[in-house]
Design a protein around this ligand. Sequence first.
Ligand code: TYD
Length: 203
Amino acid sequence: MFITFEGIDGSGKSTQAKALVSTLQAQGKSCIWTREPGGSEGAETIRKLLVEGDPNRWSAETEILLFNAARRDHLEKTIQPALLRGATVVCDRYVDSTRVYQGIVRADLRELVDLMHGIIIGREADLTFIIDIDPEVALTRGLARNSGEDRFEDMGLDFQKRLRAGFMELAKQNTKRCHVIDGSQTMEEVGRAVLTIYESVAT
Ligand code: TYD
């Protein structure tokens, strides 16, 4: 099973993705954690180009090409081999981030994103958790990390509000695959909500 976590910057999705992996591994299941952009050696190199530096460093079109280059390498080297040996793959961000960040909010390029995804990647997640949170709370969390990977956080509050709306729209269009979870709850509550949905889908 291929599971993805999505949400705006600082939504807590990374913590939740890792928590799900720990839970499944503790149950004796073969399960790996991975992330985008990144998740393979080549894709991690491309990641640095995307998440560091000036917010205007790349156009949305160039970003789509870079994200797809990273994703293709990630798919070939990490995701597909793990799925083929029967492992569950939990990925922190995937193509829904490209759909929303580059396809809706950075520019009106949703069709291009879907077209490129169909041609070059061709794999959707089986299950997607969208961790939903007020952008003001999330922005404080994200920037507080001061990770040096703040290029998208630096695009500001209005950008994050439009991202949130974009993720909600996406969830409405994909009700079977996408599950929205209230990220303002405690970490434990969000974790329990994730697990309940996972169990209902996986069994
Ligand atoms: P991530 O490491 O998940 O950041 P965070 O933990 O702060 O949420 O992702 C890095 C940034 O890349 C994030 O701001 C979202 C952005 N991004 C896109 O714009 N498009 C994409 O396709 C992906 C995968 C990420």
